[in-house]
Write a protein that binds this ligand. Structure first.
Ligand code: LLP
Length: 429
């Protein structure tokens, strides 16, 4: 059985019925599978085992403590982009000596916090940041490892809002500036400049952008070595894709096949920062239908109790997520695409929307869905990455609970927020 699969017309996560979970925890609820998370992590590790590789799970994709703990126990490192993420990674049992810290705007406070915890490496995104780290390192008596994040000006052919490696993006340092930094590296006595970092965007559906970026980087590594600076670590970031529609997409083996020869040529240790690949298809968001309504124009709306504040990807990126009733006799198609063939019996063409007062609060528009009624449950698939971690309490909606399934057991790993949680910290003047 797949991790999330139907048996006897009802959806399971591993060996637990989804409806059994939500009858206890309510809706909306994020439900994750521990075996799926571990399987994905191991798949990636195996694919890249030919070189010395550190996998740093990208905390921003899903920052739940229990979920990070599962990965920490498996030996994973962590990719963090804020003091808060560093706090979470350490609290989850993450080994600081396997933590890398990226982000264009690290504050002195965050840098100091990371120095105090002896993290593995800073991925530095500007000369100004390098200068701050150099000064703060001297004050703390530490010599942190530094990777320069290179902006290679490569189009990863992903959504404009998740592209990071083009010259107009705020991320990283271009080759000219990086070369200047390398040449004057003697000025930065309190840091160990020993790595390069590239993250092109997310999700990336072909290996080609990685190859093109790394080919440029190979040359740069050689220049660095000629200038007397050894580059020991090559961090190629994240961006490894998952299938949102059921269509076959490339996997770790395909990435590794093309990427590893270039890393070997560089003679570097490798760092990967996967987020989506590990957790994306390891989680779903379950929601209940509150109302159905049909307009005089014949438009059918399914109004459910989850909304854009719980899962913002469709509203923000027009992202596609499969949605199917938790209980249904109609089989979910293996692949869902923009097929506009006539509707099968028992199906409706609907807009699946949430209660938030924004027209963009739409999970799916003109979607063929088995007929549902008030009270029915819907599963929104591929919601494990950038789901809860991007949620908010907009419209003063308490955020959902999170549940982790392991075999025939499940555990609430984050309680549903309450109205009191919504106002915690607020004071009357
Ligand atoms: N490393 C760095 C430096 C990153 O900025 C990111 C993601 C990753 C690694 C992990 O990428 P992944 O393996 O998960 O693709 N909110 C968007 C995705 C934004 C990604 C931001 N950076 C979405 O929902 O699609």
């Amino acid at each position: 059985m797949d991790i999330f699969d139907y048996s006897g017309n009802t959806l399971f996560c591993e060996k637990v019925k989804i409806e059994d979970i939500v009858s206890e925890v309510g809706t909306p609820a994020y439900i994750y599978s521990k075996s799926a998370i571990l399987a994905r992590y191991r798949e990636l590790k195996t694919a890249f085992q030919d070189v010395d590789t550190l996998i740093c799970f990208s905390v921003k994709s899903n920052s739940n403590l229990s979920l990070c703990k599962v990965l920490a126990e498996e030996g994973s490192g962590f990719d963090v982009v804020s003091g808060g993420e560093l706090f979470r990674a350490i609290k989850a049992g993450g080994d600081p000596s396997k933590i890398v810290f990226a982000g264009v705007g690290k504050t002195d406070k965050e840098i100091t916090y990371a120095l105090e915890n002896d993290i593995f490496m800073f991925n530095v995104e500007s000369l100004a940041e390098l200068e701050h780290i150099n000064v703060l390192a001297q004050e703390s008596g530490k010599v942190p490892r530094i990777a320069l994040r290179i902006n290679p000006d490569i189009d990863a052919k992903t959504h404009a809002k998740t592209t990071t490696g083009k010259k107009e993006n705020k991320f990283g340092i271009d080759f000219t500036e990086a070369e200047r930094i390398i040449k004057q590296s003697a000025l930065y006595q309190n840091v160990a400049l020993c790595g390069l970092h590239v993250h092109l965007g997310s999700p990336i559906y072909t290996v080609d952008p990685y190859v093109r970026a790394l080919k440029k980087v190979v040359k740069f590594v050689n220049n660095c070595r000629d200038a007397g600076l050894d580059i020991e670590f090559m961090n190629i970031g994240g961006g490894y894709c998952i299938s949102y529609s059921g269509e076959k997409v490339i996997g770790p083996k395909e990435y590794a096949l093309k990427i590893l020869p270039l890393v070997k040529e560089m003679q570097c240790n490798l760092i990967l920062e996967p987020g989506r690949f590990i957790v994306g298809n390891s989680g779903i968001l379950v929601t209940r239908v509150i109302y159905t309504k049909e307009t005089v124009h014949g438009k059918k709306f399914i109004i459910c109790d989850a909304a854009m504040n719980d899962l913002i990807r469709p509203a923000l990126y027009d992202a596609f997520h499969r949605i199917w009733p938790v209980n249904t006799a109609i089989r979910m198609p293996k692949v869902e695409n923009s097929d506009k063939s006539p509707l099968k019996t028992g199906m409706d063409l609907v807009d699946i929307v949430g209660p938030v007062c924004e027209s963009s609060d739409v999970f799916a528009a003109n979607r063929a869905l088995p007929r549902v009624k008030e009270g029915d449950l819907l599963a929104i698939f591929s919601a494990g990455a950038y789901g809860f971690s991007m949620s908010s309490s907009y419209n003063s909606r308490p955020r959902p609970c999170e549940v982790l399934v392991e075999g025939d057991r499940y555990c609430i790993i984050r309680k549903r927020e309450t109205y009191e949680d919504l106002v915690r910290g607020e004071n009357f003047t």
